[in-house]
Design a protein around this ligand. Structure first.
Ligand code: AMP
Ligand code: GLY
Length: 422
């Protein structure tokens, strides 16, 4: 089978790496891919939101399945487009993608179907803010409605900060939306919980712990994610049962009552406090960098899992995992998530050993015409290791990055610190 993977991040390199292990794969094309996917598959340059252009490529190359990595094409309706063309595509349709594309949509589903989530207040009148603030205590969280690449959230400690952030969003700080709301701050430990679903049945597709802050010790600005490990250390049968019964099932059932059949990966960002899960957000795709650690641990054939979901047979599909821990450490361009220098050269990646237990997944890299690898994006490399112990995995992942000759490299050396260094 020929397939196309849409996207260019570490997530897509990891999906490509894993899908290539399937005996049923003939060829993988990545649109647009990165210097890492270029080594193991074929990159084709196209705009991932130009569906007509992608359709031409798909027809020309006899592609039978499209796997979509990032949220933007999903929110823009790529699945609806290709379903109409009778081409198999993995991911939720446009209406279901609002679970991530609109925080209001997600909050309304939570309210209507009693899914535990933070108390919130929609700001249509700035004068009502003080009234809401009297019902919750600081800090509070200010959020914009639309997509903001993990950066649309600010934690505020006083009224002045709230007013400043609200005004910035109302003034159009985020192009995707200028709707805004304030939310109660949830205490606890975060957990990323993944399911794969055909809209009726579902299976868990692993757990992970992300590290969103740029600085060691979880300080500084929010990023797309600076590292992750899997499985989470806080999950147990009782908690998992609660997550499924109180959050995942009411969501899928609720969506169906709204006439929406959710097919694809559903990623619940949860806050766990005293064994009680609350939903922070939904994502409609694999996490990045969480996907990298999940793909290292997954033993089953990913292609079979995706196809069985598309054929509504996910319950018949056996999904097995390595017993080992996996960690990924993200190397970013120094300066990210703010300004950073582009096109610095990464020198010695070809000398670094990779195998089933250690991989460097690329993200913001491109190969220039002389074959040199350039760091073009914010998050650039993902040093990903599978090992019996999380601390050994981290040591190795950090050592790998230490050995990469790239002057603009920045990475957190403390990924997993809450469980490794406690
Ligand atoms: P989101 O864009 O909604 O995923 O939020 C990004 C990050 O902000 C989350 O992963 C949390 O770390 C933090 N966050 C968002 N909402 C809340 C909340 N209500 N309480 C505490 N932390 C939050
Ligand atoms: N790592 C967070 C995300 O993918 O949304």
């Amino acid at each position: 089978m020929n397939i196309v993977i849409i996207g260019s991040g570490g997530r897509e390199h990891a999906l490509c790496y894993k899908l290539l292990k399937s005996s049923k794969i003939n060829k993988i094309y990545c649109i647009p891919g990165n210097a890492g996917t270029d080594e193991i598959a074929t990159n084709i340059f196209a705009d991932i939101n130009d569906f007509d252009e992608i359709y031409k490529i798909v027809l020309k190359l006899n592609v039978e399945l499209i796997v979509v990595g990032p949220e933007i094409p999903l929110v823009n309706g790529i699945v609806d487009y290709f379903e109409k063309k009778n081409i198999k595509i993995f991911g939720p349709n446009k209406k279901c993608s609002q679970l991530e594309g609109s925080k209001f949509f997600m909050k309304n589903i939570c309210k209507k179907y009693n899914i535990p989530s933070a108390k919130y207040f929609e700001i249509s009148d700035i004068n009502q803010i003080e009234k809401f603030l009297s019902s919750v205590s600081f800090p509070v969280v200010v959020k914009s409605d639309g997509l903001a690449a993990g950066k649309g959230v600010t934690i505020c400690n006083n009224l002045d900060e709230v007013l400043k952030d609200v005004q910035e969003i109302l003034d159009g700080k985020f192009k995707s939306s200028n709707k805004v709301f304030i939310e109660e701050f949830l205490e606890g430990e975060e957990l990323s919980y993944f399911v794969i679903t055909d809209g009726y049945d579902y299976k868990c597709l692993g757990t992970a712990q992300d590290h969103k802050k740029i600085g060691e010790g979880d300080v500084g600005l929010n990023t797309g994610g600076m590292g992750a490990y899997s499985p989470s250390k806080i999950i147990n049968n009782k908690l998992e049962n609660k997550i499924q019964k109180e959050i995942i099932e009411p969501t899928l059932n609720g969506l169906r009552k709204e006439g929406l059949i959710y097919k694809g990966i559903l990623y619940a960002g949860l806050m766990i406090n005293n064994g009680e899960p609350k939903l922070i957000e939904y994502n409609i795709r694999f996490g990045d960098p969480e996907c990298q650690v999940l793909m290292m641990r997954l033993n089953s054939d990913l292609l079979e899992i995706l196809i069985s979901t598309l054929e509504n047979k996910i319950l018949e599909q056996k999904i097995t995992w390595s017993e080992n821990d996996s960690i990924t450490v993200v190397a970013a361009n120094k300066g990210y998530p703010e300004q950073y220098k582009k096109n610095s050269i990464i020198k010695n990646l070809d000398t670094i050993k990779v195998d089933d237990n250690q991989q460097i997944f690329h993200a913001g890299t491109t190969r220039d015409k002389d074959g040199k690898i350039l760091a073009t994006g914010g998050r650039v490399l993902n040093s990903t290791v599978l090992s019996k112990s999380l601390s050994v995995a981290r040591k190795k992942a950090n050592e790998i990055l230490e050995n990469v000759k790239w002057e603009n490299k920045y990475y957190r050396k403390d990924i997993g610190f809450r469980v490794i260094d406690k």
